[in-house]
Design a protein around this ligand. Structure first.
Ligand code: KIV
Length: 276
């Protein structure tokens, strides 16, 4: 049985921190679940850390479904949240519902996430009414990178902070089960966390959120383009991978790998026949 949205909501009531991490493939998701992480986000961040785009904007529904299926296959307990990509929920309520349904019906996710507040509340409401749990996302919303003028901290002015609180309340009203708060001042994140009954999940939003989410490549140090200020590297996988690949290269070149130990045998009698 997978973790449910009610269990996630109860964690806020109990004051238990919620840990969430992204995954984009079968083996990583399996490992993340085995550690006990209850909620996995198949984020459109995969556009940058897996596919090498500069922003998540080129990521399509088909790409998200492909990766979400792999993550679902690698897990049996975690709640899987599929990230609705750019333009998957902007055109119309019908479009948003159809695309949300694909994550649940086709990919096997248990919830979807979408960016925005008041402006997407009508879509969130209809998706939730169809029985699909929705996670909101406020603050730095990377799909609007060009409108925001870069991937930078949001809601620093009084007006912008007020707007963010209104957006969070609109999402709560529309029925989200939790809200990601990305790259906003940490005291504002703490205030939003007090003002809404659903869990807030921070990324670059400080310690006073109900939970945290990180991009797995950032915390493992496997994405080398840049390290976001909010990310802590718990490993430097890029260094480990680079030295392993170098060793492999050197051993193949020198004839040290493969040895007979890594090879398959043929019956000596067959070999003798071949030699005749
Ligand atoms: O795409 C993603 O991974 C996200 C997280 C940064 C919350 O939206």
């Amino acid at each position: 049985m997978r973790v449910t949205i009610n269990q996630i909501k109860e964690m806020k009531q109990k004051g238990e921190k919620i840990v969430m991490l992204t995954s984009y493939d079968y083996s990583t998701a399996k490992l993340v679940e085995d550690v006990g992480i209850p909620m996995i986000l198949v984020g459109d961040s995969l556009g940058m850390v897996v596919l090498g785009y500069e922003t998540p904007i080129p990521v399509t529904m088909d790409v998200m479904i492909h990766h979400t299926k792999a993550v679902v296959r690698g897990t049996s307990q975690a709640l899987i949240v599929g990230d609705m990509p750019f333009m998957a929920y902007h055109v119309s309520v019908e479009d948003a519902m159809r695309n949300a349904a694909r994550f649940i019906q086709e990919a096997g996710a248990q919830a979807v996430k979408l960016e925005g507040g008041v402006t997407v509340a009508d879509k969130v409401k209809r998706i939730v009414e169809c029985g699909i749990p929705v996670m909101g996302h406020l603050g730095l919303t990377p799909q609007s990178v060009h409108q925001l003028g870069g991937l930078k901290v949001q809601a620093k002015s009084l007006d912008a902070a007020r707007k963010l609180i209104e957006d969070a309340q609109a999402l709560e009203q529309a029925g989200v089960f939790s809200i990601v708060l990305e790259a906003i001042p940490y005291k504002l994140a703490g205030l939003v966390t007090q003002k809404v009954s659903v869990p807030t999940i921070g990324i670059g939003a400080g310690p006073y959120c109900d939970g945290q989410v990180q991009i797995i490549n950032d915390i493992l140090g496997s994405f080398t383009e840049f390290v976001p200020k909010h990310a802590k590297q718990y490993a430097k996988l890029a260094d480990i991978m680079s030295s392993a690949v170098t060793e492999y290269y050197n051993e193949v070149k020198s004839g040290k790998f493969p040895t007979e130990k890594h090879s398959f045998i043929i019956d000596e009698a067959v070999l003798a026949e071949l030699g005749k």
